[in-house]
Write a new protein. Structure first.
Length: 268
């Protein structure tokens, strides 16, 4: 009579477990997931809103699909502090509707869009709390290569918390934007934008937090410049706000360090 060979399991795996054991493991996993969900659900809504407000727009869109509970949280305008719209990921009308429900927005990035004029106009109307504005490789519309500077001007005039402006691969005409940019003083922490020689001189002339002799020096950089060249600006502040240094660059030159300590103390 032959011997019946039993099953041999060199490695413990689900396939070698009895049905009852597999069922128990599944129940334990479900219990853990339910426990995690329950632990999140018991948190006060105020805490969840605060946590979610640190997430990017991509993360918030992903959370909307997790559960109806998360979807309800994400609907609250207070969690939308960061917003990015790139390429043709969303049509213009949808972007404008999204911006209307984001009054607490702090940072917006617009990249590779051909409808930037419409988007910037909406920002100037409904998103006055923005602190950072990033526009990368955009055009005003499909029919216009340049941005309409009027929308950028309104943003500078209406958004009093704005401190960082980054405009790359995008051009616009006019001088008023650069006059207002220079007039922001030390509230402007960082800026990058294309500028003609006249636009750069306008910025330097109205940057009164920089001493007159230094403004005169940097204005000399653009002699003979006929095309748009990169203007870059940033402010470094020492601990306690006792000293400030403005870093300015134009025409691909190295940054020049300019002491703005007196203006820094006056603003504190």
């Amino acid at each position: 009579m032959g011997m019946r060979r039993g099953r041999t399991c060199k490695n413990v795996s689900t396939s070698c477990e009895s049905p009852s054991k597999r069922s128990k493991n599944t129940e334990n996993e479900n219990s853990s997931e339910n426990s995690l969900g329950a632990s999140i659900n018991v948190l006060p809504v105020e805490i969840l809103l605060e946590i979610f407000s640190y997430l990017s727009s991509q993360d918030l869109y992903s959370l909307q699909r997790v559960s109806t509970f998360f979807e309800d949280i994400v609907r609250d305008p207070v969690v939308w502090r960061d917003y990015e719209v790139t390429n043709n990921s969303m049509n213009t009308s949808d972007v404008l509707q999204e911006l209307k429900r984001m009054p607490f927005l702090k940072r917006i990035r617009i990249e590779a869009r051909a409808d930037s004029d419409d988007i910037l106009r909406q920002v100037s109307l409904t998103n006055k709390n923005i602190e950072e504005l990033h526009i990368i490789n955009c055009t005003g519309s499909t029919a216009k290569l340049y941005l309409r500077s009027s929308h950028l001007i309104r943003i500078l005039e209406r958004c009093n918390r704005l401190h960082t402006i980054n405009i790359l691969g995008t051009r616009f005409r006019g001088l008023k934007f650069y006059r207002l940019l220079g007039s922001m003083g030390l509230r402007l922490r960082a800026a990058a934008a294309p500028a003609t020689s006249t636009q750069f001189k306008t910025f330097a002339k109205h940057a009164h937090h920089i001493r007159a002799k230094d403004r005169k020096v940097i204005s000399e950089w653009c002699r003979g410049v006929r095309n748009w060249m990169p203007l870059q600006y940033s402010v470094l502040e020492q601990v306690g706000g006792q000293a400030c240094t403005a870093l300015v660059s134009y025409l691909y030159d190295d940054f020049v360090s300019i002491d703005a300590t007196s203006s820094c103390k006056a603003s504190t």
